[in-house]
Design a binder for this molecule. Structure first.
Ligand code: PMP
Length: 389
């Protein structure tokens, strides 16, 4: 058969990371690479009870086709959960926030459209936008996120800027209150819409992060949220909040993709969330991840002593970002680390343009504290060998 592929299919590449990470799936490897929430945090019994309840009370409706917007009580619960005044009519339930990125891309990107992104940014967003053939433009960024002057300089004719203010994937960095205020004002003045992606915002360690950008200017922002990190990623359940001007188009795009997000899952999660379940459950995730972040930072401080290795102190989320000494290329280092049974994610693929070869992302949530200690020691050994120390 002579399959003639659409031009856009050429834009769909296997995730560079997935290819790199295949080698890391060998048994015995401690992986600090994947973005997998700790399975210890999945509230399995609560799901079992909610499943039984939904099937018993609403079995027929739970197994029938349903509205594309989502299950009304869940939309209401999402609106109630968010820290600004959200009309549930503006909430669209999505099949993971990854689908939110796909819908945004379909509705806002033409071939060649300028889309502004952070340096570096979430690789999955670059993948979701890719088939719509945007021109991704990196905005210079520091420890607090995008630099306002560069954002303003590049804003002209931008379709939107894609921002991750809380515990960013991949860097773990957080946008300060002052930066949020400045970014929000600058984007509004430039007429540049913001797409705000916030799957990690609830996973703060010591204090809640500042208000989302969307809360400051709901008419100028699309907000993406997720249940993946506070309940379980296998649910494939997320949501977006969009202003009236754009909501119907996102809904039409959603309809075409999958008619609606599984209604059984929506009803089940709605049942799980009754009686403020998240208010009791999420603090247990925060406590676990904070312990593991502390363990990773302590291990890095101990094991990398004397080496020119820089790393940040994430205030929440799942990831820590590090930069290795001059001359190291983390893509080349990875197979050597794997030989020593430790895996990480090289940083370069997360850049829309030229990546920094010295960077890497480490997840501190999937491996146990003991495994983190072993893995960081192995990584330090690999690095010392590479530097011929
Ligand atoms: N955005 C970011 C920044 C992410 O890190 C992820 C998950 N890796 C997603 C979106 C997608 O999450 P989900 O589809 O599970 O809600």
């Amino acid at each position: 058969m002579n399959w003639k592929l659409a031009a856009r299919a050429a834009k769909m590449n296997p995730s560079v990371l997935r290819e790199i990470l295949k080698v890391t799936e060998r048994p015995g490897i401690i992986s600090l690479a994947g973005g997998l929430p700790s399975p210890k945090t999945f509230p399995i019994q609560a799901f079992a009870d909610a499943c039984a309840e939904v099937l018993h009370n609403d079995g027929q409706a739970a197994l029938q086709y349903a509205a594309s917007e989502g299950y009304a009580p869940l939309r209401q619960a999402v609106a109630d959960m968010l820290p600004w005044n959200v009309d549930p009519a503006q909430v669209l339930i999505t099949t993971g926030s990854q689908q939110g990125l796909d819908l945004v891309a379909k509705v806002l990107i033409d071939p060649g459209s300028k889309v502004l992104v952070e340096t570096p940014t979430y690789l999955g967003a670059l993948q979701a936008f890719g088939p719509m053939e945007p021109n991704p433009v990196s905005v210079a960024s520091d420890d607090e996120g995008v630099i306002v002057e560069d954002l303003v300089a590049k804003a002209k004719d931008g379709r939107f800027v894609y921002l991750l203010p809380n515990f960013q994937n991949p860097t773990g960095r957080t946008m300060t209150e002052a930066r949020r205020a400045a970014v929000s004002a600058a984007a509004a003045a430039a007429g540049l819409p913001i797409v705000e992606d916030n799957p990690y915002g609830e996973l703060w360690f010591d204090e809640a992060p500042p208000l989302p950008l969307t809360a400051r200017n709901p008419e100028g922002c699309i907000y993406l949220g997720s249940f993946s990190k506070v309940l379980a990623p296998g649910l494939r359940l997320g949501f977006l909040v969009a202003p009236k001007a754009i909501f119907p188009k996102l809904l039409q795009a959603k309809q075409a993709v999958d008619l609606h997000t599984p209604i059984f899952t929506q009803r089940m999660v709605s049942a799980v969330m009754k009686d403020n379940f998240l208010e009791r459950h999420v603090p247990t995730i925060r406590a676990l991840y904070k312990r593991q972040r502390d363990a990773m930072m302590a291990a890095l401080t101990r094991e990398m002593a004397g080496l020119d290795v820089k790393f940040n102190a994430p205030k929440g989320g799942m990831f820590l970002w590090a930069r290795l000494p001059e001359g190291i290329d983390t893509v080349a280092l990875l197979p050597k680390a794997v030989e020593r049974n430790v895996a990480f994610v090289p940083g370069a693929p997360f850049y829309a343009d030229q990546g920094d070869p010295r960077t890497l992302r480490l997840s501190f949530v999937t491996a146990s504290v003991e495994e983190i200690d072993t893995a960081i020691a192995a990584l330090a050994l690999t690095l010392r060998e590479e530097l011929a120390l």
